[in-house]
Structures are given as structure tokens and as C-alpha cells.
Ligand binder design. Structure first.
Ligand code: ADP
Ligand code: MG
Length: 473
């Protein structure tokens, strides 16, 4: 047999109603006695031991150790592999297709998923819309046990749980807006081991009952989404995020994964230190978004609002005209960012589009968010309270009627445009009187050199020359 050509081997197998199994040598040595007893021929080829077995034995053997072939039953357990062992990447890719129906990973996803699956802590910094959720969702599915995801926004949590359930993945959430009945249901799913992913709002960790529940259940991975919220250096600092480190120490998850779209070197270090990431794999994605067309336009007057003017409300004619022209050109799908609640209210009236800011009632904010995300609302005037968790793919215009407070915040806000890859126009209106804001924009916290270079050099560079902007102010 050893001396036969491949073709001759095939013919021999056909003739003898046999099939060939490639098994690894370890498995072979374990079942060798059975093989000899069965007078099955073996030979070595490129390090793989091939076994020629009758078709019925091969079929049974392929079912693996759970169902050993009758002839081998009650004997030593064995494993058979009919192909080389699957790598972490193969497993991840297979799960990607099976559970999410995507054909390939997006840049950065595998770089975050792979180390986590291999048991390493990870910090992933990927731009908004890059697909960070999938990184922990897919990892959770490939790990044994429960993954706890800390997320800052209820809307974000609900959306993700809904989307995962639609894919047939057992996920649940716990936050302050659930009824007692809903909370009890979620607790049950965690307790009985049904839930693979549990989303929690950080303030839930105040509850000793939840911590007890999680301790009892055992947590394989703790994921902190929007992890920059943990750092007081970050522009979205949340006090409740400071509770997470203590919880992490308590729960002792096998893997910790932190994800964010905005992390300066200070914030990155803060995340690693505060969350106690142990020798983490740090992956920073490419922040260059070629589909964002940035234009900076100097206005003749600064944006005014009714409350700071004792006289008649300013007409902001120049701002209104510029915004209306762009929204009309881009068929109205847009976000207009302003600096204050009063500006939001004022501009909302002038433009006749709804506004969003933290001063509005929660119900109204939720309704507005939902209307915008679902496509019912085509444009909105908003302060920076509007943004995190807003997943609408077709935003075609992001207009800053006033300068944002930092380059980071600006990048985050324009990042909500063009998430479907189509072009989005980003118009920044500014006036020299915004000097203080400009100074913060230019001198405030910035991305590390590489990111800043790619952002300023490639994306912003042609139109938004920060140095020139500084000179203008
Ligand atoms: P982020 O949290 O980074 O802002 P999300 O996790 O909300 O981004 O993902 C943005 C969108 O990208 C979602 O609609 C998601 O379904 C989609 N997405 C994620 N990964 C992939 C992939 N590998 N292939 C195709 N679409 C993906
Ligand atoms: Mg996200």
C-alpha cells in the first residue's frame, strides 16, 4: 500500500469498499490496538497518519468520541481529526458567518477578537461605526460561560439585545428602566445559564444582589464598551464607570476587553490601569475616513442665541442659510451640532427641525432618538448630549454651527456621518470670537501622534488646517 500511487490507492480503496481517514498521530497511537485488531492498514504521509477503514467504521468514527463506533465502544476513548486542527481565526470566521451572516471581518475586528479568544486582555480603539460590538459579541459566543458587557446607554443596550435576539443569540440586559418583572426575568436567564451575554448599566453594580448573582454564575469575560467613560481625562467621563474596577476585582473574569472610539494616550493608560488590564493586546485602528468631506467656513458673526442677547433674538441668517443649503443639497439627512441648550432651542425654531439636549425630558429625548435612528426624523439640532449610541447609517451632513470643544469630540461627532460608507459633508462654521474654543481644539487633548498625523495629515489636512484656524482666531 505504501508504495502505491495516489490513484492506485484510490482504486484499491474503491475496490475494497474502504475510505481513508487522516488522523493525527496521537489519536492513532491511542486506537492502534483496535486498528491492529481490525487489521486496518496504516501508513504515514507528510506527518499525517492515514487509516484505511471500512466505510461503516469511518462513518462511525467521524462522529467523534461522543459516539464511538460499535466495535470500539467501551474501550479507550479516542479522537479522530479528518483535517488539520482548526485555528482560532478559523473558528472566529466560521462563527462570524454562522451567527452574524457576514462574510468577512472588518479591519481591526480580528486583531481584537483573536487575543481575547487566546485568553489575553484587550484594549481596542476603533472608530465609530467600525464594528466594535461584534468584537465582544462574537468572542462571547466562542467562550464558555457568561460575558458581561458594561454599556453607558440604555438605548444602546436595548438595541443590541434586540439585534442579538433576532439572530437567535441569548442576550439580556439589566438597567434602571426595567420593571421588576423584567429584571427578574433577566436574573433568571443569568442564573440558569441561558444568557450568553448580559448588558449592564454601570450603576447596576451598586446592587450587591447583582454582584452576588454574577459571582455565583462565574464571568468568562468582562467587556467595557465606550471605555473612555472611565477616564476623567475623557470627554464623556461617567462617575458610575469608576465602580467597574472594584467589580472586576470581585468577579475575576478570565478576560477583560475594553473598547472605545476615542482614546488619547492619557485615556488609554487610564483605561489599562483603572480596569487592571493585564499585559493587554492594544489595537488602534485606522481613523482615516475618506468619505467624510470636511469644510471649514468662517462666518461674519458668531452664532447667537436668544438667552444671551438682551435685545431681540439674533436672526443668525448666515448660519441658517448655510445649514439649510447643505441640508437641501444632502436631502436633509443631517445633524446640526451647537454648543449650548439655548442655541439648540433657538436654531431649532429658526430651522424648523426638532432639537435634542440634556435639558429635555427623558421621554422626549428617547422619542427623538428613536425617531432619528429609525429614519423618521431627517435632521436634528443637538448639543453633544446627542450622539453616543446613535446608529444611523445614512447621515449625509454633520454641521457644526459652533466650534466643538476638542478635536476628539469633533472627530467623534463627525464620525456619526457616512456610516454606510457613502459620502458625508462635514461643515464647520466658525467665527474668530470662538477663540477660546479654538484654542481648546488646537491645544487640548489630542490623539497620539500617529492618529493625529493620519487625521490631520490625510483627512483634515486639505481643508481644515488647524494651524491656520489658530491664526484666524
Ligand atoms: P461601533 O460600536 O464600532 O461604533 P457597531 O458595533 O455599532 O460600531 O457596528 C456598526 C455596524 O457595522 C453595525 O450595523 C454592524 O452590524 C456592522 N458590522 C460590524 N461588523 C461587520 C462585519 N464584519 N461585516 C459587515 N458589517 C459589520
Ligand atoms: Mg459601539
Amino acid at each position: 500500500m505504501r508504495n502505491l500511487s495516489c490513484r492506485a490507492q484510490r482504486d484499491w480503496l474503491r475496490e475494497h469498499a474502504c475510505t481513508r481517514l487522516d488522523i493525527d498521530s496521537q489519536a492513532c497511537s491511542r486506537i492502534a490496538s483496535h486498528l491492529r485488531a481490525l487489521q486496518i492498514l496504516t501508513f504515514s504521509e507528510k506527518g499525517v497518519v492515514s487509516v484505511f477503514a471500512s466505510r461503516s467504521l469511518a462513518r462511525a468514527a467521524k462522529n467523534g468520541p461522543e459516539r464511538p463506533p460499535a466495535v470500539l465502544a467501551n474501550r479507550q476513548q479516542f479522537t479522530l481529526s479528518t483535517s488539520p486542527p482548526e485555528t482560532t481565526i478559523d473558528r472566529a470566521r466560521r462563527q462570524l458567518q454562522k451567527s452574524f451572516g457576514f462574510t468577512d471581518f472588518r479591519p481591526g475586528q480580528l486583531e481584537i477578537i483573536k487575543p481575547a479568544l487566546e485568553g489575553q486582555d484587550v484594549l481596542g480603539v476603533l472608530p465609530t461605526g467600525a464594528g466594535k460590538s461584534l468584537c465582544f459579541q462574537l468572542t462571547a459566543l466562542l467562550l464558555e460561560g457568561l460575558t458581561v458587557v458594561v454599556s453607558p446607554l440604555v438605548a444602546l443596550m436595548n438595541d443590541q439585545v434586540r439585534a442579538l435576539r433576532a439572530l437567535g443569540i441569548q442576550a439580556t440586559c439589566m438597567h434602571g428602566l426595567l420593571s421588576e418583572q423584567e429584571l427578574a426575568h433577566a436574573t433568571g436567564l443569568v442564573e440558569n445559564g441561558t444568557a450568553r451575554l448580559l448588558f449592564v448599566a454601570p450603576e447596576r453594580f451598586r446592587s450587591p444582589a447583582l454582584r452576588q448573582l454574577l459571582k455565583g454564575r462565574g464571568v468568562s469575560m468582562l467587556t467595557v464598551d465606550e471605555a473612555h467613560c472611565i477616564s476623567s481625562w475623557g470627554h464623556d467621563f461617567r462617575l458610575d464607570y469608576r465602580r467597574i474596577p472594584e467589580v472586576a476585582r470581585d468577579l475575576q473574569p478570565r478576560i477583560r476587553m475594553a473598547l472605545t472610539a476615542t482614546a488619547t494616550p492619557e485615556v488609554r493608560e487610564d483605561i489599562i490601569r483603572t480596569l487592571g488590564l493585564h499585559d493587554p493586546a492594544v489595537f488602534i485602528g485606522n481613523f482615516f475616513r475618506p468619505n467624510l468631506q470636511i469644510e471649514v467656513r468662517r462666518t461674519r458673526s458668531p452664532l447667537g442665541n436668544a438667552s444671551i442677547h438682551s435685545g431681540p433674538a439674533p436672526d443668525n441668517a448666515e448660519h441658517v442659510a448655510a445649514i439649510q443649503a447643505l441640508l437641501a443639497e444632502r436631502q436633509g439627512t443631517g445633524i446640526v451640532y451647537v454648543g449650548t441648550r439655548a442655541q439648540a432651542e433657538h436654531l431649532s425654531k429658526l430651522l424648523e427641525i426638532p432639537c435634542y439636549h440634556a435639558g429635555l425630558e427623558r421621554i422626549r429625548r428617547q422619542q427623538t432618538e428613536r425617531a432619528f435612528t429609525s429614519g423618521k426624523l431627517r435632521a436634528i439640532v443637538a448639543t453633544n448630549a446627542f450622539g453616543m449610541g446613535i446608529d444611523r447609517a445614512d447621515v449625509r451632513a454633520v454641521i457644526h454651527a459652533r466650534l466643538p470643544t476638542s478635536l476628539e469630540a469633533y472627530y467623534q461627532e463627525i464620525g456619526r456621518g457616512g456610516r454606510d460608507g457613502q459620502t458625508c459633508k462635514c461643515l464647520l462654521l466658525h467665527h474668530p470670537k470662538d477663540e477660546m474654543a479654538v484654542r481648546r481644539l488646537v491645544e487640548g487633548p489630542c490623539f497620539d501622534n500617529d492618529v493625529a498625523r493620519s487625521l490631520v495629515g490625510e483627512s483634515l489636512g486639505h481643508r481644515l488646517n488647524l494651524y491656520r484656524l489658530h491664526q484666524l482666531s
